[in-house]
Design a protein around this ligand. Structure first.
Ligand code: SF4
Ligand code: SF4
Length: 385
């Protein structure tokens, strides 16, 4: 059954998806998407670009029809087939001239890591390799402290392709998937650890469906850290007195159903109090689905709501577990009194390792890179606040 027929069969038009959606407020949207997917009517690029791919609608859907997101994802793919790939969709494509990571490499020295063969392969992804490098450096420090025999597969040549796929461009995922699987297997991997939820989803869910079963296990860093602590291979010793708000990355919590492990890790840090024990009411950071690029101000406004939620729970720190969330939260930092830290950085602090961060400089650099790679890019006004 095709996507529209299946959705039509399940959907009762109850409107619950629209109620939770932070981006759409159009009761006719589902019918309009059906029409577009069935070649009966048109839909604007603007409408398709609004979606954050946060998955709130899919989780809210009582019929498990996939909410609005399922139809938006199919529509984005259809648009690529009809109109080709635009410059906003190629900024993450390793083969494109306007790839943002190539531009970053021209402006910034990025860390290099240990290569070779090992049973544990750490995969920082493009964001961890070029943007949120402190997250990757913290992880490597933890692996060293725990005495793990590891190797790192970093850099643009190994881009997992998940972020491009989210915008409707399946090219990088289809080209790099088989190459990545072969390289990881050749390195003798028993376990692959990914930094970002997007890479996690690519290896755990998309690659096996498209390319077949992998011969290594796939864990996201929160799951691996939880395992290291449970098995006593890592002992957080430093007392870190913070009341923490854990920001659930959409693609991890709603996308992959993984949210307990990060909380277990935070609960194991001496002196740390976790304020939100479950992902109930968790909201999107505003980064995903290409919204940060197409609607920078709206994207950062959504991120600033996360600070409000943290303040309401009297927290002095937000911990997250995704380079995209990290980027948006740092850029939107609305409360000077609330720090934003990556989960791996926090665990590194608990073993006495502090990795330097340059959030303000990075925000400036990223806007410069977006401006040079996307012709009509508008820097967000919030940046000047
Ligand atoms: S994925 Fe998020 S932004 Fe997109 S339609 Fe669903 S709730 Fe709205
Ligand atoms: S929540 Fe599900 S059943 Fe209700 S309108 Fe949305 S897609 Fe249809």
């Amino acid at each position: 059954m095709d996507i529209v027929a299946e959705h039509r069969k399940m959907c009762t038009k109850c409107g619950m998806c629209m109620e939770v959606c932070p981006r759409y407020d159009d009761p006719d949207l589902i019918d309009n998407l059906y029409g577009y997917l069935e070649n009966m009517s048109r839909i604007s690029h603007k409408t398709l670009d609004l979606c954050l791919t946060c998955g709130l609608c899919a989780v809210a859907c009582p019929q498990e029809a996939g909410g609005i997101k399922k139809l938006i994802s199919a529509s984005r793919k259809k648009r690529v087939k009809e109109h080709g790939i635009n410059e906003k969709q190629t900024i993450l494509d390793p083969e494109a001239d306007n790839n943002i990571f190539k531009a970053i490499m021209d402006l910034r020295q990025v860390p290099e890591y240990k290569g070779g063969n090992a049973p544990v392969v750490y995969f920082p992804g493009c964001a961890g390799s070029y943007i949120n490098t402190s997250m990757a450096q913290a992880t490597v420090a933890i692996l060293e402290e725990a005495g793990i025999d590891y190797t790192v597969l970093s850099g643009l040549e190994y881009c997992c392709g998940a972020a491009s796929a989210g915008s409707g461009n399946m090219g990088p995922l289809m080209r790099n998937g088989p190459k990545n699987i072969e390289e990881i297997s050749n390195r003798g991997a028993k376990t692959l650890i990914t930094a970002c939820p997007g890479c996690f989803r690519a290896f755990k869910d998309m690659y096996p469906k498209i390319f077949g079963t992998l011969d290594f296990e796939v864990l996201q860093i929160s799951q691996y850290l939880d395992r290291l602590i449970n098995q006593n291979n890592l002992v957080p010793k430093e007392t870190l007195r913070h009341r923490v708000f854990y920001h659930d990355p959409c693609h991890m919590t709603r996308g992959m159903g993984v949210y307990r492990e990060a909380r277990n890790v935070i609960d194991n840090i001496p002196g740390t109090q976790l304020a939100n024990k479950t992902p109930q009411n968790s909201a999107c950071c505003g980064f995903g689905g290409g919204v940060r690029i197409s609607y920078p101000d709206e994207s950062l406004k959504i991120a600033s709501d996360v600070f409000r939620a943290a303040k309401e729970l009297d927290c002095d720190m937000i911990i997250t577990n995704c380079a995209g969330c990290m980027q948006n939260l740092c850029e939107a930092k609305a409360e000077e009194s609330i720090e934003v830290v990556d989960l791996a950085e926090y665990v590194a602090l608990s073993i006495g390792v502090s990795v330097a961060r340059e959030d303000r400089e990075l925000t400036g650099l990223l806007n410069k890179v977006y401006s040079s790679c996307i012709p009509d890019y508008q820097e967000p006004g919030l940046l000047d606040k």
